[in-house]
Design a protein around this ligand. Structure first.
Ligand SMILES: Nc1ncnc2c1ncn2[C@@H]1O[C@H](COP(=O)(O)OP(=O)(O)O)[C@@H](O)[C@H]1O
Ligand SMILES: [Mg+2]
Ligand SMILES: [Zn+2]
Length: 441
């Protein structure tokens, strides 16, 4: 070899470099004459790996230590109590989610023990009618948790190569929710909303022919659910071969998927009827109203029904916990208007108090709002819109004066767009006047 004749001195240890084989060749920069010998490279390598291992150990230990307090804070009843502050009814779903999240933390803790009892992941599939609180519940849960949690709309996902987002986006969202911490990302929770939208259109529910696009999305999602290394580029960066990527192992990520699964109740009903045609379920529920019939049917969804709906069996197998949410009745809607921490009525009261107005809704008014929402068949989703329609004129007219007033919204305001009752209060009527005057001025 020609280099054998060359004489090198290591820039670090200043030793002559003896070259007996090609592996002895130093890292050498001919322009500057800078060289490092094999021994020094080894030492540097050792230093770096030792340090990395040490840091990883410290990180890991900190994580495990934190986990005890995290576990304590996230016991199921505590998660449910938190959800109760925002979400009305749906107790069953709250319990399932609370337990799923708690078990997810417990799994992390147990993974460190070497007793060979692996706790399997229990991904959750949630279904329930439009506007019953699926998305709302998961977004509130996200705020509570100490681990990264990201919500991705599955209906925006497409198979690689199609216009739209690749399924990796779900993992990327989690990675950003974890402040780009890979270790945290790999223990996070992904919620795939509108999951029913990726059902195969050729499922029994739909008569249109093959739907390769959605099948492809499901296949790609399956890889994630099974636990694989998912690779993605930074946000806003186009995918090209040289683009730097981040790799995340999805093995320990908990997946929760949810959707309305419109029409699945018909699949259940058909199955139940064909199982027992004479005294079948269909006969029993004939007298019930549509909503309670829907609720009873959806509670009995089986993996086979989901398959008929157009979800591939391998995915269903990865979602062992089926969780159903009920339709919200008039009473539930009434409570949603007033009870949650951020209830719409509380928000309007606060808004109007700025204009020196004490806002009151009669019970009949709130009931009228609920009735209107039920007629629209979008659950609690239309409540805010209905209130907004009724409140627009009030929010426009009342700030014209700074007088202290009490405004009562009656059922007529909601039903017939009638004007609300306005009562001017004497400015010295109660003790809080001073405070309010200050506020107005
Ligand atoms: N059970 C509930 N309790 C409190 N608010 C609810 C409930 N269900 C729905 N809402 C409200 O209605 C709106 C729509 O609900 P959302 O969760 O988006 O419905 P979906 O089940 O279709 O995902 C949200 O603003 C949410 O706050
Ligand atoms: Mg939703
Ligand atoms: Zn050296």
């Amino acid at each position: 070899m020609a280099q054998n004749d060359l004489h090198h001195v290591c820039s670090f240890c200043k030793r002559d470099i003896k070259i007996t084989s090609q592996y002895d060749l130093p890292i050498y920069d001919p322009q500057t004459g800078f060289a490092i010998c094999k021994n020094c490279i080894k030492d540097i390598y050792q230093l770096i790996t030792d340090n990395e291992e040490e840091n990883a150990k410290i990180d890991r230990q900190r994580f495990i230590n934190d986990l005890d307090s995290v576990l304590d804070k996230n016991r199921p009843h505590i998660i449910k109590e938190y959800l109760d502050e925002y979400i009305v009814n749906q107790d069953h779903a709250k319990k399932i989610l609370a337990v799923a999240v708690y078990n997810h933390y417990k799994r992390m803790k147990c993974m460190d023990k070497k007793d060979n009892v692996d706790i399997e992941k229990s991904n959750v599939i949630m279904m329930g009618p439009s506007g019953c609180g699926k998305t709302a519940m998961l977004s509130h849960l996200a705020k509570l948790l100490d681990i990264p949690f990201a919500v991705t709309d599955a209906s925006s996902l497409t198979e690689a190569g199609f216009v739209g987002a690749d399924v990796e986006v779900a993992v990327r969202n989690l990675y950003y929710a974890a402040n780009k911490d890979i270790e945290r990302t790999e223990h996070g929770i992904i919620y795939l909303d509108e999951f029913d939208k990726i059902a195969r259109k050729s499922g029994e529910n739909n008569s249109i022919t093959a739907d390769p696009g959605h099948e492809g999305v499901q296949q790609a999602l399956l890889k994630m659910l099974e636990g694989n290394v998912v690779e993605f580029t930074a946000r806003g960066q186009r995918k090209h071969p040289e683009a730097p990527t981040t790799k995340i192992d999805t093995t320990n990520i908990l997946f929760i998927v949810g959707g309305a699964f419109v029409g699945i109740e018909k699949i259940v009903e058909r199955r139940l009827k064909s199982n027992d045609s004479s005294i079948g379920f269909g006969a029993q529920v004939k007298d019930k109203n549509e909503d309670s019939k829907y609720d009873e049917l959806i509670k009995q969804v089986t993996p086979e029904d989901l398959m008929k709906f157009g979800i591939i069996p391998e995915i269903i197998g990865r979602l062992p916990i089926i969780c159903t949410l009920g339709t919200l009745d008039e009473d539930a809607l009434l409570r949603i208007l007033t009870e949650p921490k951020n209830a719409p009525v509380k928000q309007y009261e606060k808004l109007m108090s700025v204009d020196n107005v004490t806002l009151k809704f009669t019970e009949e008014a709130l009931r009228a709002v609920s009735k209107k929402a039920i007629a629209r068949k979008t659950g609690a989703r239309s409540l805010k819109g209905i209130l907004e329609e009724a409140m627009l004129d009030i929010m426009y007219e009342l700030p014209k004066s700074k007088e202290k007033r009490q405004v009562t919204i009656t059922a007529e305001c909601i039903e017939k767009n009638a004007a609300p009752q306005i009562e001017v209060l004497a400015s010295n009527e109660d003790d809080s006047v001073e405070e309010k005057d200050n506020f107005a001025g």
